[in-house]
Design a protein around this ligand. Structure first.
Ligand SMILES: [Zn+2]
Length: 273
């Protein structure tokens, strides 16, 4: 990562076909399975870690939703719950109707069918924060049935592990405090989200003259880029699927390939670069 930063600053050349490995969301599997292999091979990994999940043992909404979906016998159960709970909360929180949300959000993408994408979108950002937090916790309890704190301690790395990785030359980057969609926050909330995440990186012993970021859910915008730049960020990574043309790419809009873009899942990587 530091080589890419120095290259974008015009200080060093990068080898042809240089490769940068990034890992999002701070999973314990990254410490247990990825880090030992990288260490043995002498390769640096870059890990973008959501601070709150690590410090407060809460689950990211995205993970809560993954495990709810994985525990469902069929998606009709939770669609029925959502219909009931949206109608129940409609007046109090000025919600749209279930059918309106469904028409707007149930659009399949390259990973998910329309019911799955609807459940993800409605619980990740379409409902107001207070409602979606309440509902995703309620459904987690109903369908997964394990205490969130216990589950979070198993799922994510801890600060001791992260500090060891930093000492060992791994790069740990900013992925927000609360894993919000950054482009949906107002300026004050965005500033706080990034500042708190930087404090966390500093507490791990990261080099704060070379800090980088990865947009949660790929949520970049010009306002977000301006804030990152103002706070001294050097590079930021999107979820746009592409191979980086490092000479022309904006340092704040670096695309990546996802593991899902490689065999056995797909051949998407061949369409790029
Ligand atoms: Zn993430």
């Amino acid at each position: 990562m530091e080589d890419v930063i120095r290259h974008k600053e015009g200080k060093i050349a990068l080898p042809h076909n240089a490769l940068l490995l990034t890992f999002d969301d701070g999973y314990a599997e990254h410490f247990n399975h990825v880090y030992p292999v990288l260490k043995e091979m002498g390769i640096q990994g870059s890990f973008f870690v959501p601070a709150k999940a690590i410090l407060e043992h809460t689950l990211l909404d995205v993970n809560k939703i993954h495990f709810i979906l994985a525990s469902l016998a069929n998606t009709a159960d939770i669609l029925q719950d959502l219909k009931f709970d949206i109608e129940k909360n409609k007046l109090k929180h000025q919600l749209k109707s279930f059918d309106e949300y469904y028409a707007e959000l149930a659009v399949a993408n390259r990973f998910d069918n329309k019911d799955i994408i609807f459940i993800k979108r409605i619980l990740q950002h379409a409902l107001p924060e207070v409602v979606r937090n309440e509902l995703s916790s309620k459904y987690f309890e109903k369908y997964v049935g394990i205490a969130e704190r216990t589950f979070a301690k198993e799922l994510y790395m801890n600060t001791w592990q992260l500090k060891q990785m930093v000492r060992d030359g791994m790069h740990i980057g900013c992925h927000g405090y609360d894993h919000y969609w950054w482009d949906k926050l107002d300026n004050g909330a965005l500033h706080a989200e990034i500042s708190k995440s930087k404090d966390f990186l500093q507490s791990l012993g990261c080099d704060m003259t070379n800090w980088t970021a990865c947009y949660p859910y790929g949520s970049s915008s010009q306002d977000v880029i301006d804030e990152l730049e103002k706070q001294g960020c050097k590079l930021a990574f999107t979820t746009e699927v592409d191979i980086v043309d490092i000479e022309t790419a904006s340092p704040f809009l670096l695309p990546r390939l996802d593991t899902n873009d490689f065999p056995p899942k797909s051949q998407n990587y061949k369409q790029h670069g």
